[in-house]
Design a binder for this molecule. Structure first.
Ligand SMILES: [Fe+2]
Length: 282
């Protein structure tokens, strides 16, 4: 009887050992390299996705320092940077920390559009004040060490569902925006499409964008390394195809960030640390 009393906690501890590290939600830097003949010199992109106004240390120092440590040429934000329930403070601090020190570009995610008309416009004002460019069905051309790059961005499809609530919002549909940016990017430059949604990868590949950067899937929330790349993702369901990682179709590469959401999520992340994504285009 005494022996059994000792064995039970030992067995429970042994079972818990591989589980406990799975709940590590410390920030991770994940790096990708994408090759292209269209760039004259390497271009480094920092991708921030699905921050959901979560906190990374005092004044967001941990996340800002992580970006600084990578010395990116561009900081791109693929939506849900704000949250529809949490206050904007953490996001605002992050944007103030990077907005005027790097060329920063942003597209909306579904949660920004779910915020309601007034709150949505307040978030867009914060972006503007911090020097972050919103790409809403448009492309801007930037030059990085002699390479002209088209930065194109589309709003989350939720924009058109909620447009009638706010006449100031873009009423152009997602598909129309994709068509607009494809036409605007037909100038021979390397083209990056910034879009919140990874589930439309076939569409992005059909349009011939060089690189699509997305988020939204949160890594499928639960992962088992080497076995399961995500249990569930919004708009993809169980066992999502595009939960996080690098994907290829035709000439298009898509990189999906697992995002930075922590305390905003109802269920904890498992073997799915929040990530700052760094992409070297070489
Ligand atoms: Fe999202």
């Amino acid at each position: 009887m005494k022996k059994r009393r000792i064995m039970v906690p030992i067995i429970l501890l042994a079972l818990a050992c591989p589980v406990i590290p799975g709940f590590d939600s410390g920030l991770k830097v994940r790096c990708y390299t994408v090759e292209s003949d269209a760039v004259q010199a390497p271009v480094r992109v920092a991708l921030i996705s699905d921050l959901h106004s979560c906190g990374y240390g005092e004044n967001q120092r941990e996340l800002i320092d992580a970006v600084d440590s990578q010395n990116p040429d561009l900081v791109l934000m693929s939506g849900d940077i704000f949250d529809d329930e949490l206050p904007d403070d953490n996001t605002e601090q992050f944007l103030r920390g990077v907005g005027k020190r790097y060329p920063c570009y942003y597209v909306t995610g579904n949660h920004e559009h779910w915020s309601g008309s007034g709150a949505f416009l307040e978030k867009m004002d914060i972006l503007k004040e911090c020097g972050v460019h919103r790409l809403s069905g448009v492309c801007e051309t930037v030059s990085v060490r002699g390479t002209a790059i088209n930065l194109c961005g589309v709003d989350d499809p939720e924009a058109s569902f909620t447009a009638s609530a706010d006449p100031a919002r873009d009423t152009v549909s997602f598909l129309q925006q994709i068509d607009q940016v494809r036409k605007a990017s037909e100038n021979g430059n390397y083209t990056i499409l910034l879009s919140h949604r990874p589930e439309f990868f076939e569409l992005y590949a059909a349009q011939g964008f060089d690189l699509s950067l997305c988020g939204h899937a949160h890594g499928g929330q639960f992962r088992i390394p080497g076995i399961l790349n995500g249990l569930y993702a919004p708009n993809q369901g169980f066992f999502p195809k595009y939960a996080g990682g690098e994907y290829h179709k035709k000439r298009t590469v898509m990189i999906v960030s697992r995002g930075l959401a922590r305390e905003s999520t109802r269920v904890p992340r498992f073997y799915n640390r929040p990530e700052l994504v760094i992409i070297d285009i070489v």
